[in-house]
Structures are given as structure tokens and as C-alpha cells.
Ligand binder design. Structure first.
Ligand code: FES
Length: 145
């Protein structure tokens, strides 16, 4: 009997807002699906979207990128840089044939523990419905990178 598919979600979150929000989720004892692995970065402006591709390549089935709301970035404009980069990244992913339903970009503040739980649950359910991510790994396996 085949094992039930459980998606692996990698979350790149900024230290100052979303990481604190995820922490609040735990201290508030709000339950959410345990499929997510959090990688804390100083700011979403530091996220190179090759990091997202690398996460998919190395076994993630879905990715969350989340940071401070606009005007709340600890470094003033890092999230604006991330948002601009995101617009380009989405087009690039489309060209590569990556289903963008696997990748979520969101703002979650330090006070939004419930929103973090909801985001993780939504992305996990969505990726579970899509099934395992194999497209990019197959390209890499075929020597096309
Ligand atoms: Fe959170 Fe910049 S510090 S997005």
C-alpha cells in the first residue's frame, strides 16, 4: 500500500515580522499543519529567488515567502524590493512551467499568529491537492538546469 502523500513546505520568513508571527502562533497554541519548515532570514529583501528554486530542487513541494507588511519593514524598503522581485520571478516561473500555486508570497506581521496558521494550512492543502513536485527535479535530472 502506497504511503499517503504529505507535502513538504519550505517557508522563507523575515526575522522581524513573520518569524515573530509564527512564534506567536505557537505561544497562542493555535494549531496548524506540521508540513512547514521555517527558514528565518533578516528581511524578505534578502531572499534571492534562486533560494526558492533550490528549495524546490532539493525536495520541497511548495514554498512560502513572507515578511513585514508594506511600510513595516525593519530595513525600510526590503519588502518593496522583494515585491518587485516577486513580479519578475512569477513571470520567470511561468516560462519555466512551474505551477505558481506551489509558491505563496504573503505579509504576516508579528501580531498575526492566526493569519500565519491560516496561510500554512491553505498552502499545505493546495500543494497536497497538486501532488508531489517533480517537474524541476526532472529537468535537473535530465541535465537541463
Ligand atoms: Fe521584514 Fe524587511 S524586515 S520584510
Amino acid at each position: 500500500m502506497a504511503a499517503k502523500f504529505e507535502p513538504k513546505i519550505t517557508a522563507f520568513v523575515c526575522n522581524w515580522c513573520t518569524y515573530a508571527g509564527a512564534d506567536l502562533t505557537g505561544t497562542s497554541r493555535i494549531k496548524y499543519q506540521s508540513n512547514v519548515r521555517i527558514l528565518r532570514v533578516p528581511c524578505t529583501g534578502r531572499i534571492d529567488f534562486m533560494m526558492v528554486m533550490k528549495a524546490l530542487h532539493q525536495g520541497a513541494d511548495g514554498v512560502i515567502v513572507s515578511g513585514c507588511h508594506p511600510n513595516d519593514c525593519h530595513y525600510t524598503s526590503g519588502n518593496y524590493h522583494a515585491r518587485r522581485r516577486w513580479m519578475v520571478f512569477k513571470k520567470m516561473m511561468d516560462i519555466l512551467g512551474v505551477d505558481m500555486r506551489r509558491i505563496a508570497f504573503s505579509w504576516v506581521s508579528a501580531a498575526e499568529g492566526a493569519k500565519w496558521a491560516q496561510l500554512v494550512n491553505e498552502v499545505t492543502d493546495q500543494v497536497r491537492a497538486l501532488g508531489p513536485y517533480v517537474e524541476y527535479r526532472q529537468l535537473v535530472g535530465a541535465g537541463i538546469e
